[in-house]
Design a protein around this ligand. Structure first.
Ligand SMILES: Nc1ncnc2c1ncn2[C@@H]1O[C@H](COP(=O)(O)OP(=O)(O)O)[C@@H](O)[C@H]1O
Ligand SMILES: [Mg+2]
Length: 369
């Protein structure tokens, strides 16, 4: 099995730099997700690995082999796209075996491969049908089967679930994870959906404007975001970001609301305060995830909790949790509370924040402090 290594990879389209010097090392058997907003260069990077685009500069290695000049069909990869492009006049079986047919693979080998993967993908009862007689999810399974039967060294996926409805997307996400657990093949998976990235990846590469902002396992990307971009992109509802200034008064605090709106002074726990002890007056951004703000007294007591009261602006029940929107520093902030703690608009709400889980960023550079 092969890993993948990108070394200072750049790609320009005309005068536009789309991939701006990316280094990335993917271990054999890893499932790496490239995630980022639309247009940040995910597909371009994947196409470079696949050989569907040529490098402007840099090197790409699959295993020990430098593949810069190797055509796609000789890279031992299989790719699954968002639009699965099945042959409409061929049956499911013919769609799956088409590639083997053209490579003149013997019929009994084809049959064995179809049997193995059709069962795995639960399409064994659909082999005689045409794509027009399948649901979107079934068609995506067939497209996956077509990639699997080639038994490639590396799998590349470009938003394979984006065309499916929400329920099916969750089902297929589980299927893809099961497949990877079973086959253990090195995989690179592109998506703009941060939940898909969190659930599937062994490691996530968060991309923005042709750069990788952070490459780490899902828990690290979520709990230790490298900068404001990563912090804001990962998580739904997103992290609350409150601009403020560092002040020292009985320990370090963040003073928010200096430019209007309701002011609030959040005390920083020692672990964070120590890192910024000599930065008094600095412009910072305080990041508080919605799930670290809850109704006061409803969780076990812990150190470094800060309690404050604000009126409810909007109450949004989601079922398992209720979102409470409130205002500080002129911003709409969100707390994720238990459904039974929800209160109607206008009611005063006592919030408790786990300041231990607060993130602090340099307002100028966006970097985590
Ligand atoms: N063949 C091309 N010619 C010119 N520009 C392109 C081409 N392919 C992609 N781009 C541009 O490169 C940027 C990244 O595109 P892409 O890799 O498709 O982004 P993503 O997959 O993250 O949405 C976009 O601004 C897009 O318009
Ligand atoms: Mg894309």
């Amino acid at each position: 099995m092969s890993g993948i290594r990108l070394d200072k990879v750049c790609k320009n389209f005309g005068a536009t730099e789309v991939i701006k010097g990316i280094d990335l090392e993917i271990e054999p058997g890893e499932f790496v997700v490239l995630v980022g907003p639309s247009g940040c260069g995910k597909s371009t990077l994947l196409n470079l690995i696949a050989g569907l685009e040529t490098l402007t500069s840099g090197n790409i290695f699959i295993g020990d082999r430098k593949v810069n000049e190797v055509p796609p069909r000789d890279r031992d990869i299989a790719m699954v796209f968002q639009s699965y492009a099945l042959y409409p006049t061929k049956t499911v079986r013919e769609n799956i075996t088409f590639g083997m047919e053209t490579r003149r693979i013997p019929r009994d080998v084809q049959d064995a491969a179809v049997k193995e993967f059709a069962t795995l993908l639960q399409i064994d009862k659909l082999l005689a049908r045409k794509p027009g007689q399948l649901s979107g999810g079934q068609r995506q399974r067939v497209a996956m089967g077509r990639a699997l039967v080639r038994k490639p060294d590396v799998f590349l996926f470009d938003e394979p679930l984006s065309n499916l409805d929400a329920k099916l997307r969750i089902e297929m996400r589980t299927e893809i994870k099961k497949l990877h657990q079973r086959l253990g093949k090195t995989s690179v998976y592109v998506t703009h959906d941060q939940i898909e990235a969190m659930t599937l990846a062994t490691r996530i590469a968060v991309m923005d404007l042709g750069h990788i902002r952070q490459f780490a396992d899902p828990a690290t990307v979520y709990e230790d975001p490298a900068d404001l971009f990563v912090a804001g992109f990962m998580g739904s509802p997103p992290m609350n970001m409150i601009p403020g200034k560092l002040v020292r008064e009985d320990g370090m605090h963040v003073d928010c609301g200096g430019n209007g709106g309701t002011p609030m002074r959040f005390p920083l726990p020692d672990a964070i305060a120590r890192r910024v002890a000599d930065q008094e007056g600095m412009d910072v951004v305080l990041g508080l995830r919605p799930e670290t703000i809850f109704a006061a007294g409803t969780e076990l007591p812990g150190p470094n909790r800060y309690i404050f009261e604000r009126p409810v602006v909007v109450e949004e029940p989601t079922g398992p949790d209720t979102m409470i929107v409130f205002e500080i520093a002129g911003l709409d902030l969100i707390a994720r509370v238990r459904p039974q703690d929800g209160k109607p608009q206008g009611t005063s709400f006592r919030f408790e924040v786990e300041m231990d889980r607060a993130k602090l960023f340099d307002a100028k550079t966006g970097l985590r402090l």
